[in-house]
Each structure stands twice: as structure tokens, then as C-alpha cells.
Ligand binder design. Structure first.
Ligand SMILES: CC(C)(COP(=O)(O)OP(=O)(O)OC[C@H]1O[C@@H](n2cnc3c(N)ncnc32)[C@H](O)[C@@H]1OP(=O)(O)O)[C@@H](O)C(=O)NCCC(=O)NCCS
Length: 186
């Protein structure tokens, strides 16, 4: 895939990141609460990291390895977060990941954005399976996965290590044949 499509939900527009998003990404991702429950976002987080991260997207998309969407509000086009698929083409599977900036938590945005990206993964990337993991101490993420219709498949014991502490990961998955493309994005 050479370019990502623009995805639309009732309240959101999801699009490719552009270099000009780096400042907004930095402002949101630098909050310790984002790094605390994600596996790949460091803390402290600075503008150079955001620029580098955005700079990897085009090649990773061209390689068929990743589809990373900027989550923006339809009302004012503000960037509020990110949702991505880490794709393994050989197995037609992808890992779903997301974060939403703290000022926009608890309004259903992660659920709305994650659902349309999984739709995209099954419909456009022809995936067979989408999976996701969250830390047990991050139940809000588990709730997002449940709300979009993913099933809990088990716990990977001490599968990750953050700040020298091993932590479990709760694993969720959904198969293409189980995915319901309903348009209730709330
Ligand atoms: C996890 C995250 C993406 C959720 O974003 P959000 O936009 O607030 O999520 P939504 O509003 O769509 O849904 C959150 C759900 O979790 C629930 N929830 C929130 N805090 C909770 C808690 N402590 N315990 C249980 N459920 C909780 C909410 O009530 C809501 O469920 P409901 O609609 O049934 O009431 C956001 O908190 C975030 O970006 N966190 C930091 C990064 C991160 O953890 N990313 C995921 C890595 S796996």
C-alpha cells in the first residue's frame, strides 16, 4: 500500500501522520500517563522522537509492516491520538495499538478509532486475525478491546519488562470471520 486512506467515523477523521504533527504528538505523548501503559513510548519524550517516529511511517507502510493513523477530531481537526496496526503479512495478522491524549480520555474516542482501524485491517489489508495486548493494570484498554468485539485469549505471564519490572500482558484477538462490521462506533 503506497498511501493510507482517510478513515471517517461519526466524530473522527483518521489519516496519515505528517511531519507537522510532531509538535502535537510530543505534547500528548510526553505525558507520563501515556508512556506508563504503552510498550514502546519512552519517557521523557521529546520532539526529535516524534519526528523520527513519523519519519518511519512511509517506509513501514510501503513494506507492508505498519499502518499508523493519526486520530483527529472532525469538529476542529485537532490531533488527539494514534492507532496503528503492526502487520505481519506472512501470517495475515496484525497487532493493534493505540493511545489517546489525556485531555480526551473517557469519551469513547479510543473505541471509535480502534474499531474503524480494525475494519480497515480486515477489509483493505485482508488480514485473517487482529490481536492486541494490554497490561493488567490498564483495564481501560481491555475495555476498549471488549467494546469493539475482541475476545480475551489469555495472559502472557511476565511477557514484557518496563522499568526493570516484568509484567503480564493480557492478550485479546479477533478473527476476520468473527468481526462484525456494525456501524455503532460509540
Ligand atoms: C487506554 C486508552 C486508549 C483509553 O482511551 P479512551 O478514549 O479513554 O477509551 P474509551 O473512552 O473509548 O473507553 C474506555 C473504557 O474504559 C473504561 N475505563 C476507564 N478507566 C477504567 C478503569 N480504571 N477500570 C475499568 N474500566 C475503565 C471506561 O469506562 C470505558 O468503558 P465504558 O465505555 O464501558 O464506560 C487511554 O486511556 C490511553 O491512551 N492510555 C494510555 C496509553 C495506553 O494505555 N494505550 C493502550 C496500550 S494497550
Amino acid at each position: 500500500m503506497a498511501v493510507l486512506p482517510v478513515l471517517e467515523t461519526p466524530r473522527l477523521i483518521l489519516r496519515s501522520f505528517v511531519p507537522e504533527d510532531a509538535a502535537a504528538v510530543t505534547e500528548l505523548a510526553a505525558d507520563r500517563r501515556i508512556a506508563d501503559t504503552t510498550l514502546n513510548i519512552p519517557h521523557p519524550y521529546d520532539l526529535r522522537m516524534a519526528e523520527e517516529w513519523i519519519g518511519t511511517h512511509a517506509q513501514r507502510l510501503a513494506n507492508g509492516e505498519q499502518a499508523a493513523f493519526a486520530v483527529t477530531l472532525k469538529s476542529n481537526l485537532a490531533l488527539i491520538g494514534a492507532v496503528s496496526l503492526g502487520i505481519e503479512r506472512r501470517f495475515r495478522r496484525a497487532n493493534l495499538g493505540y493511545w489517546i491524549g489525556v485531555p480526551w480520555w473517557h469519551q469513547g474516542y479510543a473505541t471509535e478509532a480502534a474499531r474503524v482501524v480494525v475494519d480497515f485491517g480486515f477489509a483493505e489489508c485482508r488480514l485473517h486475525r487482529v490481536h492486541a495486548v494490554h497490561l493488567p493494570r490498564n483495564p481501560a484498554s481491555g475495555r476498549v478491546l471488549q467494546k469493539i468485539g475482541m475476545q480475551q485469549e489469555g495472559v502472557q505471564r511476565e511477557h514484557t519488562c518496563k522499568n526493570d519490572v516484568y509484567e503480564d500482558l493480557v492478550l485479546y484477538g479477533v478473527l476476520q470471520r468473527q468481526w462484525q462490521t456494525d456501524k455503532d462506533y460509540s
